[in-house]
Ligand binder design. Structure first.
Ligand code: GDP
Length: 646
């Protein structure tokens, strides 16, 4: 896969090549298109080897009577492709098709086809982005999904040895390679073992992991949880466990620093069980490997464990399929412009390809791996650093292939517009307490997701304990993360991904977290009094309940007389014998034991006035909604429905 680009690219004039092989330039376009190479209408750029491939293609195609064009071409484009004088095309349009067109008018596809026919050619339309053969020697053959290397992220508490472990693995497995093991940090690297390759993401911490997830990119196949054997499970270890569980990614535990005299790996295993991570040694599913990032002990076992897990997962991708990738990290570099590390997930990325990454687009000018070696192409699970994008994309942005730079720019521009439109209507990825009611009315699942941060472990436990009890048969509070410390950007991203509310007890959000929360519309609630916190959450949970109503008795009324009231209708002259009756009250009218009406009081009068209520011992006039069948001696039972769980 890692073919070195031996020679510099050269620029070839399409017209010259066409002349050399006695074909119309359109035939060269066809070949370029088939090979997935870009051109600007006059020239294309490629290395020697590729130019030879183009020439071979042109020879093959020389008898072909079809040319490849993109839709929306102009008379000038047609003239070039068909190798005829520009005025001739205009003449043909006018005389044969009665179409008046300037040299730069975009022609309808059927019109262009007729023009081409006139010169004896059919047009093959090079349409929207489509998967194209990436292996030139087998162009046209359909590829299939093949096993691909697993993509691994390392997480864990600070100082437990994540960086050391990544460094050790990198050095031990890369140094032997011919390119001297000089690595550069591109946010990811790949190691090759006899049993297979592994791709490591070395973007530190779980911010990257969560950021990507919040942006919809799940790139990690397996998560390695590093726990120092001399320190055991610490707050960020617990957070990492929660992140990994939320992402539903298999976990392997690396119990690190076993070389230290006070290392106690068994204690770590025991502690893990408290977090429902059951080590294989205890009959569970989680592989736990004792390692030392210093001596290298156990690291080989860890790598083999990763490959074993990957084998079980049967991770596959099609190197010949449609390109799909994710941005791992990106930055602006002086003199180089936007630099992005991309993980290829499907298909193959090639130098010269036009791509869209989020709202960035461009043609890949240079592509290198983590050793700085130039690559001509990169298949699934390969991380590469690319140059040539129009702007710096964001981590987690999806990378897609485009047939040429122009279409890439179009797609990117549309995205920018869509983003703007979204910002105008304010997309809400997160959730606010007051929004819950509305959201849950339309959703089946009634779950209130919470991220809890507190000043000390004791408060975390207290808040957790109390909040876990705030639930009923319809709504459940689900604590997706709890930890010590201020509310960070990563908490917000997680909340955004999980539609959760962030609750802080005696802690405040960091500046960046606040901004992110505003951007993602995640609600942060901070408290200093624990029962206020609990009350609020209880209120929210109650708000999420299906409203429950119960009948509440208001009063009894006797109907004493039935009389005509002007033209408006019949009124029941009544006397309130118990309680009260109110306007709009629900009511049942009984005659003896039978209920003869079940409905609503339509109007209520005292003397001649409309009134809101009439109480016991008073007379009133009542009409009913859509019913006049009452008689003297009937009794009215008035009641209302009260929401009992409000
Ligand atoms: P990170 O914060 O998780 O990336 O941790 P680092 O990799 O920076 O390691 C923190 C400290 O622990 C450093 O001083 C390392 O040298 C040390 N360390 C890491 N792994 C080991 C190990 O396996 N054994 C010993 N003795 N020290 C280690």
């Amino acid at each position: 896969m890692q073919t070195e680009v031996k020679k510099k690219n050269m620029i070839v004039a399409i017209a010259d090549l066409a002349k050399e092989f006695k074909v119309v330039p359109g035939v060269v376009y066809t070949v370029l298109h088939d090979l997935g190479l870009e051109h600007d209408g006059s020239n294309f750029e490629a290395d020697d080897e590729t130019v030879d491939l183009v020439k071979e293609g042109v020879v093959d195609q020389s008898d072909s009577k079809s040319i490849t064009l993109q839709p929306g071409r102009t008379p000038r484009d047609l003239a070039v492709a068909l190798d005829v004088a520009q005025p001739d095309i205009q003449k043909t349009l006018m005389m044969k098709m009665k179409v008046m067109a300037t040299l730069t008018t975009a022609l309808k596809d059927d019109v262009a086809e007729k023009v081409a026919q006139n010169y004896g050619y059919a047009i093959q339309w090079a349409d929207a982005p489509k998967p194209r053969p990436t292996d030139r020697s087998s162009a046209g053959k359909k590829g299939g999904a093949q096993l691909r290397p697993p993509v691994v992220t390392i997480m864990g508490h600070v100082d437990h040895g994540k960086t050391s472990l990544l460094d050790y693995i990198r050095k031990a497995n890369v140094a032997s390679k011919e390119h001297g093991g000089i690595t550069q940090h591109i946010g990811a690297y790949q190691v090759e073992l006899p049993e297979g390759k592994i791709t490591f993401l070395d973007t530190p911490g779980h911010a990257a992991f969560t950021a990507m997830r919040a942006r919809g990119a799940q790139v990690t196949d397996i998560a390695i949880l590093v726990v120092a054997a001399d320190d055991g499970i610490m707050p960020q270890t617990r957070e990492a466990i929660q992140h990994i569980k939320n992402a539903n990614v298999p976990m392997i535990v690396a119990v690190n620093k076993i070389d230290k005299p006070d290392a106690n790996p068994d204690r770590v295993l025991q502690q893990l069980t408290e977090f429902e991570v059951i080590p294989e040694a205890y009959g569970g599913q989680t592989m736990c490997v004792p390692v030392s990032a210093h001596t290298g002990e156990g690291v080989k076992d860890l790598l083999e464990g990763i490959l074993l897990q990957a084998e079980v997962m049967e991770l596959k991708a099609d190197p010949k399929g449609e390109l799909q990738g994710s941005v791992i990290e990106a930055k602006l570099e002086k003199g180089r412009g936007p630099v992005a590390t991309i993980l290829v997930q499907e298909g193959t990325l090639k130098i010269g390809d036009s791509v869209v990454a989020g709202t960035a687009y461009g043609r890949i000018k240079a592509m290198t791996d983590y050793t700085g070696e130039k690559l001509a192409e990169a298949g699934p699970s390969t991380p590469v650093e690319i140059l040539g994008l129009s702007e710096v994309p964001q981590a987690g942005d999806q990378v897609e292939w485009a047939p040429d730079e122009r279409s890439a720019r179009e797609v990117a521009t549309k995205r920018v517009d869509a983003d703007r439109a979204k910002n105008l209507v304010v997309v809400s990825r997160g959730m606010t307490l007051s929004e819950l009611r509305k959201k849950l009315d339309t959703e089946e699942l009634k779950e209130l997701n919470l991220v809890i941060k507190a000043d000390v472990q004791g408060s975390v436990e207290a808040v957790r304990g109390m909040l876990e009890k705030v639930k009923n048969e319809e709504v459940e509070t689900k604590i997706i993360l709890s930890g010590v410390g201020s509310i960070t950007e990563s908490d917000i991203l997680l909340a955004s991904a999980a539609n959760a509310i962030v609750v802080g007890f005696n802690v405040k959000p960091e500046g960046k977290a606040k901004q992110e929360a505003e951007r993602h519309k995640v609600e942060i609630r901070t408290y200093t009094i624990i029962y206020e916190l609990i009350e609020d959450i209880e209120a929210a949970v109650k708000g999420m309940l299906e409203p429950k109503f119960e009948e509440q008795y208001l009063g009894s009324v006797d109907i004493r007389i039935r009389f005509q009231f002007g033209r408006k209708g019949v009124i029941a002259g009544c006397y309130v014998t118990d309680g009260k009756v109110i306007r709009n009250a629900l009511c049942r009218v009984r005659r003896g034991k039978d209920i003869i009406y079940d409905g609503k009081v339509a109007s209520l009068k005292h003397l001649k006035d409309d009134v809101r209520e009439v109480t016991m011992g008073m007379e009133c006039g009542v009409t009913f909604e859509g019913w006049e069948g009452f008689a003297e001696g009937d009794t009215i039972e008035a009641f209302e429905m009260i929401q009992v769980n409000a």
